[in-house]
Design a protein around this ligand. Structure first.
Ligand code: C5P
Length: 398
């Protein structure tokens, strides 16, 4: 946490006093903490408390521009490594989920590209309200991480869920999050993405519906977590200084690119939808429209994942499987046949998940059987979950 800039948004609930303890703990751990308070929060604890604990000025008013050389909310937003909201009221959750920016805290948050963690605190009935749950789900789907509130005595007299997580628990979640940011530091990761195109003639090809989004999400998240990524893809790749891209079109090109890079890889994730067959002969010129039918002879492509599995590499080997029926049975059989360590299977017959979609839902298998079943979630979020599982299975430190 040393040297990290944390923006701590504090909103108006009785649990504000716990945010003071958290601000102190984060500052002592070496973080540069800047507190942004809602006006309601100042009714519980004065800004001076946070200023004294963090040794930084506290922000409340978007228009109090004390330093003419910068625009405060943009300057703060740009410097942040993490945006924390502790405690978060139902009100601020509603505003964040709907893009409302009517104070300094919310305006800065909207301008901030750093990840967000939120610890809600409110009456249990408020927390259970459908609209509050909907706002939490919306923010979660956009990548916000929640630190769940605990069960206990609430200020309103009720005993139930809604109590702010303890400062130490929030501190540990933040500490864990920062450690995770370098979890893949120096790890060499080879990832394939997209669907291959097998030429029939100079104009036509046999392809599939894979968009490359899942593989690209994995590459991007892995690079952000410190990995050195070799991405072999058929689609328009994401840009990141730690992603090295090799563009290919056919299964054979993908095989060459993968085999060339496989020996030095620590983790190989075969996310690409590689054509199982290619045209036996590729016409040099565009084939004319002749006759009522056209039979194309197909020959089998090499199965790259099986080759990697059989090669006995030191890399942790992850395969994907798109299935339309009997998912578990087919996935487990594939895991064994291809000798990979992990197989991530999705049912592509479901609407809204899988090919081309921004969302996905998968079941993850290892040699011990079913390890994890995800909910329907964004491919970016799923990439985070999958990389966590890979790190756990590979025994990397969190
Ligand atoms: O056998 P199936 O195509 O369902 O297996 C899918 C897994 O195998 C994916 O990880 C995919 O990248 C990989 N694969 C391969 N070479 C092929 C076909 C699939 O490496 N020719």
């Amino acid at each position: 946490m040393q040297g990290k800039t944390i923006l701590l948004g504090v909103t108006g609930g009785i649990a504000v006093y716990k945010a003071a303890a958290l601000a102190s703990r984060l500052t002592q751990a070496g973080a540069d903490v800047h507190v942004l308070m809602s006006v309601n929060a100042t009714k519980f604890v004065t800004p001076l408390t946070f200023q004294a604990l963090t040794r930084n000025r506290v922000y409340m008013d978007t228009f109090a521009e004390d330093n003419p050389s910068v625009i405060s909310h943009i300057d703060l937003a740009d410097r942040a490594d993490l945006f924390l909201v502790v405690p978060a009221t139902a009100n601020v959750l509603g505003k964040m989920a709907n893009g409302i920016a009517d104070d300094m805290l919310l305006t800065t948050w909207l301008a901030c590209t750093a990840p967000t963690m939120i610890a809600p605190a409110m009456n249990g009935h408020m927390l259970e309200q459908a609209v509050v749950q909907h706002n939490i789900a919306t923010l979660t789907a956009r990548g916000v991480q929640f630190i769940d509130s605990g069960v206990g005595q609430l200020a309103c007299g009720y005993v139930g869920r809604g109590r702010l997580a303890e400062p130490e628990e929030i501190f540990n979640a933040v500490d864990h999050w920062f450690r995770r940011q370098t979890r893949f530091k120096g790890v060499k990761m080879l990832i394939t993405a997209g669907g291959t195109r097998e030429a029939i003639d100079p104009v036509r090809y046999i392809g599939n519906r894979s968009s490359g989004k899942m593989g690209h999400s994995l590459a991007l998240v892995a690079a952000r977590l410190g990995a050195d990524v070799e991405l072999v893809t058929t689609a328009e790749p994401p840009i990141h200084p730690r992603i090295k891209v090799t563009s290919v079109e056919t299964a054979l090109q993908m095989r060459d690119a993968v085999l060339e890079r496989s020996e030095i890889a620590d983790v190989i994730i075969m996310c690409a939808a590689i054509a199982d067959y290619r045209a036996a002969t590729v016409h040099e010129q565009k084939r004319k429209k002749e006759g009522d039918s056209w039979t194309i002879e197909l020959v089998k492509n090499p199965d790259i994942l099986s080759e990697l599995g059989a090669a006995g590499l030191s890399a942790y080997l992850v395969g994907f499987a798109a299935e339309t029926e009997r998912l578990h049975e087919h996935a487990l059989a594939k895991l064994q046949r291809k000798q990979c360590h992990m197989l991530i299977a999705n049912d592509v017959s479901q609407a809204d998940v899988g090919f081309s979609s921004d969302s996905n839902q998968v079941s993850v298998f290892t040699r011990n059987g079913l390890l994890f079943e995800s909910s329907v979630t964004t491919k970016m979020q799923l990439a985070e979950q999958l990389l966590d599982l890979i790190a756990d299975e590979k025994g990397m430190d969190a």
